[in-house]
Design a binder for this molecule. Structure first.
Ligand code: SF4
Ligand code: SF4
Length: 491
């Protein structure tokens, strides 16, 4: 995100002259070899990496008891039976709107995060960031830190270089393979699928999915890295619309850092009372940046705001005995206030953050209410298309329907079926014959049951061409009911 024009003019007045930017339609990738850093933001990133990857890889093995007829996997997308299980929640295909609600909730949460603290999603939580961090850690482990890797890149091929490259790519492929493997475990009983995969008895689609995900993880996190954020992801281009001058962003404090110069030169200038900034131009912030940019040129689209340049700079400042925070999370508003000699302000509560908060609360509340009021019984009715009605030999009129009874509970249930809206009519189940005006229907646990229903209007009954009728089912044990409307057609 570029700095606002007003702020840019303030900052750039003190900033060193830079060459005018040139743009080309195609740019070959410049390999970036970021150096390792220690610090607050790096520690936060490690913690998030461990927690999110542990959840991703282990969640399919978490068990959740639902009853004898239900799967015991806590999180499961059961495509074969059209069910989604999430701990105590079980969603049917008709309830896909919960997923829509979740996506809307996620979008508003992302907007709120952006309005408060810029691209923290990109810098800390995005899967691309997390896996790239993991792949970088492996690279560092095998090939060493930035300087060693640069040397290795420049060195001619040798047995050592070959061994290191093979080791790195093998570990990357192993992680990518396990990432794909963990993904398919969300679609079947995990322990069973692991056994079937190992004994080559799993379905072909599982192997194909693992193969595709191995390839995408390896190429996106291992080979393409920052290219994904820079060229493939639309979010860097959109996210600026959700920020304003009070949104936090990793910022180089020009007012403190400039004019930059070597530590010795700046110390000498300061001793003479001449203007000198705290930036010693050591480039540690640039070499630490996984996007390969110089934050001192202002906020740029490539910056994921991971904070690693701030950690690198804090390390330099600490060594020099200067206060940390030359690069830090800051707002445009506070940067401008500092230049005017005013104290910083924190304005987390603003119109846009309140609006996003209200939208999140509204959607969340609506989803919770819908979940709390969710019924476990359902009925749908579908009138025969042809014939619409049949006039029988005794003069009575017959209409046919296909009914579907939904039992969302994990136990077998018995329902009575009845018809309203057509006085004197008789209801008969072709699939469950019996002499009753309220036939009983047994539906297995967590399943649907299709019925063929026939409705007879007696001869001589006064009928409109179309009369609204209501089918109703009632659970014999609990009294839970559901109904479906349709029409009775007559000549
Ligand atoms: S400039 Fe700093 S915050 Fe931005 S991507 Fe680079 S290291 Fe991360
Ligand atoms: S790490 Fe800090 S001192 Fe070094 S170049 Fe970057 S901003 Fe300047």
């Amino acid at each position: 995100m570029p700095p606002s024009p007003a702020l840019e003019s303030i900052f750039m007045a003190d900033a060193p002259a830079t060459a005018p930017a040139t743009y080309t339609l195609y740019e070959a990738r410049k390999k970036i070899q970021p150096s390792s850093v220690r610090g607050t933001f790096r520690s936060i990133k490690w913690a998030i990496l461990v927690v999110t990857l542990a959840i991703y890889y282990l969640l399919p093995f978490v068990r959740w008891t639902r009853g004898p007829h239900e799967p015991s996997q806590a999180v499961l997308v059961d495509l074969a039976h059209g069910r989604f299980y999430f701990f105590f929640i079980e969603l049917w295909p008709q309830e896909v709107y919960y997923i829509t609600g979740l996506l809307i909730l996620a979008a508003f949460t992302l907007f709120l995060m952006n309005a408060i603290a810029g691209r923290i999603w990109c810098g800390y939580l995005c899967p691309q960031t997390v896996w790239t961090d993991l792949f970088l850690a492996v690279e560092r482990l095998v090939e060493g830190d930035r300087r060693d890797r640069l040397k290795l890149d420049a060195a001619p091929w040798s047995a050592t270089k070959l061994c290191k490259r093979v080791a790195k790519h093998s570990i990357w492929l192993l992680i990518a393979w396990w990432t794909g493997g963990a993904w398919v475990l969300y679609f079947a009983d995990a322990p069973t699928l692991v056994r079937d995969l190992a004994t080559l008895q799993a379905p072909m689609v599982a192997y194909a999915s693992i193969g595709i995900l191995t390839f995408t993880t390896y190429s996106l996190a291992g080979l393409m890295r920052e290219q994904v954020c820079k060229f493939m992801c639309p979010w860097p281009r959109i996210q600026g619309a959700f920020t304003d001058e009070h949104s936090l962003a990793i910022t180089y404090r020009f007012d403190r850092g400039e004019p930059r110069g070597s530590a010795k030169k700046n110390a000498a200038l300061k001793a003479k009372g001449l203007p000198a900034g705290d930036c010693v131009d050591c480039l540690q912030c640039v070499t630490a940046c996984p996007a390969g940019i110089d934050i001192r040129q202002g906020l740029q689209m490539e910056c994921t705001q991971c904070g690693l340049c701030a950690d690198a700079c804090d390390g330099v400042m600490t060594k020099l005995g200067l206060p940390t925070g030359l690069i830090a999370y800051d707002t445009d508003a506070n940067a401008a206030r500092r230049l005017r000699g005013e104290p910083p302000v924190s304005r987390v509560i603003r119109v846009r953050t309140v609006l996003y908060g209200v939208l999140i609360a509204g959607v969340g509340l609506a989803m919770l209410t819908a979940l709390a009021l969710r019924t476990f019984t359902g009925l749908s009715a579908l009138h025969d298309r042809n014939p619409i009605f049949v006039t029988l030999a005794d003069g009575s009129i017959r209409n046919g329907y296909t009914l579907r009874v939904l039992n969302k509970r994990p136990v077998e249930r018995v329902f009575t079926l009845s018809l309203d809206g057509l006085p004197g009519a008789r209801l008969e189940l072709a699939t469950e014959p019996g002499e009753s005006d309220r036939p009983a229907v047994t539906v297995g646990p967590d399943t649907t049951h299709e019925l063929r229903a026939l409705v007879f209007a007696p001869a001589g009954a006064k009928l409109d061409k179309s009369t609204t009728v209501t089918f109703r089912i009632v659970d014999v044990a609990s009294g839970e009911a559901a109904q479906a409307e349709d029409y009775f057609k007559a000549p």
